[in-house]
Design a protein around this ligand. Structure first.
Ligand SMILES: NC(=O)c1ccc[n+]([C@@H]2O[C@H](COP(=O)([O-])OP(=O)(O)OC[C@H]3O[C@@H](n4cnc5c(N)ncnc54)[C@H](OP(=O)(O)O)[C@@H]3O)[C@@H](O)[C@H]2O)c1
Length: 379
């Protein structure tokens, strides 16, 4: 299988390469992209010999071109699309491990090339679900979720979609699950990046702390499994051992359980529909002892509430939500705003940028840019 890996230098990209290393004869990495981590990219080019490489920042491109004369280098948005559509005589799986709405256009173009997508980049469905899902149907491609919750749900539902009464998505609670709203006023970037169960990229770690990530996942599940929002529940589950559950109409609930290790859903997506052995640590149920579940409070996590409301409103509202969130999270990571400013800014943008324009790629891109500019200009 030929692989394109968008966002190869990130947490999901790197773990995808771990799986590829275990199956060198089965995968050929033909194209990869990164934003600015050139040091890691160099190592990847040497180890996996892709034919096409795209990077985010142009000043890095010339030295790379002379170092790797057989590789085609591109940059920016065109480079991402070039990677997603890079020519191949045989089947290609595109792994979208980008962060943020930058993943939308390459996904659309890959689908139009009839390529299956292993999708980690949830923001693509948050902003573009209304465009992506009809395209998936039209071009007859598979959108295989990499997010552990959605991979779990896909594996649980199998072909019994019509028998599902509800989906239950689990949430770890993120870095600040034991802090009061008052205590959140003074948390630092370092505190926020210290997730109790998962080692992930910075942006998703902050989204987990604000619980925006769980809101995004509800929107993602709505599109992936064609489920009305009323049938998607969430529950706080501190151990992150149950990755999600599905209740069927005979009241049976099936749960997907295993150690929190993203290589498991990545392995599943890369070999889908085959279930390929993976030699990760096995879960010892006796050692684990107990599992706990609590209500996920809207009051404690206002961004979770805003995300669900934006999902239900639909149209371009999730685009506003996502753009405001992405830019606020980056401002927080740069130390320019406080943790609680993220929810303030997202709420403000949802009020200011209300629109009932049609969901088209053009309208998404235009609004996304406007919201980002507004947020950037706040500091
Ligand atoms: N990490 C997890 O465990 C996990 C679990 C479930 C779902 N996800 C989802 O998977 C996606 C990736 O997450 P991650 O944690 O792997 O993120 P990450 O570690 O931050 O990696 C993101 C990748 O995208 C590249 N990138 C960043 N901004 C870009 C831009 N504007 N244009 C082009 N490339 C860009 C980065 O390049 P540089 O390295 O050069 O900056 C990197 O290769 C996210 O949507 C996240 O929500 C992640």
């Amino acid at each position: 299988m030929n692989l394109v890996i968008l966002g190869v230098t990130g947490s999901i990209g790197s773990q995808t390469l771990d799986i590829v290393r275990n199956h060198r004869s089965e995968f050929n990495v033909i194209a990869v992209t990164c934003n600015k981590n050139i040091r890691k990219l160099r190592e990847i080019i040497v180890e996996f010999s892709p034919s096409y490489v795209s990077i985010g920042q142009s000043e890095n491109i010339e030295p790379l071109k002379s170092e790797f004369p057989d590789v085609v280098f591109e940059q920016g948005k065109q480079g991402l699309i070039g990677a997603a559509t890079y020519k191949s005589d045989s089947e290609v799986l595109v792994v979208n491990a980008l962060v943020g709405s930058a993943g939308l256009e390459p996904t659309i173009e890959a689908i139009k090339m009839k390529r299956n997508i292993a999708l980690a980049n949830k923001e693509t469905l948050v902003v573009g679900g209304e465009i992506i899902m009809p395209l998936v149907k039209e071009y007859g491609v598979e959108l295989i979720p990499v997010d552990s919750e959605h991979s779990a749900i896909k594996q649980l539902i199998m072909d019994k979609q019509d028998d599902v009464s509800e989906i239950i998505i689990t949430a770890s609670g993120g870095s600040f699950r034991d802090l009061s709203r008052n205590e959140l006023k003074s948390v630092t970037v370092k505190d926020a990046l210290d997730h109790p169960n998962w080692d992930m990229g910075q942006k998703i770690t902050i989204d987990s702390a604000t619980m925006m990530n769980k809101g995004f996942e509800v929107i993602e599940a709505h599109y992936l499994f064609n489920m009305p929002y009323e049938k998607i529940k969430t529950v706080l589950h501190r151990e992150s051992m149950i990755h999600s559950l599905v209740e069927f109409n005979d009241s049976s609930i099936l749960a997907h359980i295993g150690n929190p290790d993203m290589r498991v859903p990545i392995n599943y997506a890369l070999f889908y529909p085959t279930r390929m052995p993976y030699t990760g640590k096995r879960l010892d149920l006796v050692k684990l002892g107990a599992l706990h579940f609590e209500e996920l409070s809207y009051d404690r996590y206002p961004l979770f509430k805003l995300a669900i409301e934006a999902g239900k409103t639909g149209g371009l509202t999730p685009t506003i939500l996502n753009a405001a969130n992405e830019e606020s999270v980056y401002l927080f990571l740069e130390g320019k705003i406080s943790f609680l400013d993220i929810e303030e800014i997202v709420g403000e943008c949802l009020n200011i940028f209300k629109t009932d324009l049609e969901v088209t790629l053009h309208n998404i891109i235009t609004l996304d840019l406007r919201v980002r500019e507004y947020v950037k200009n706040k500091v």
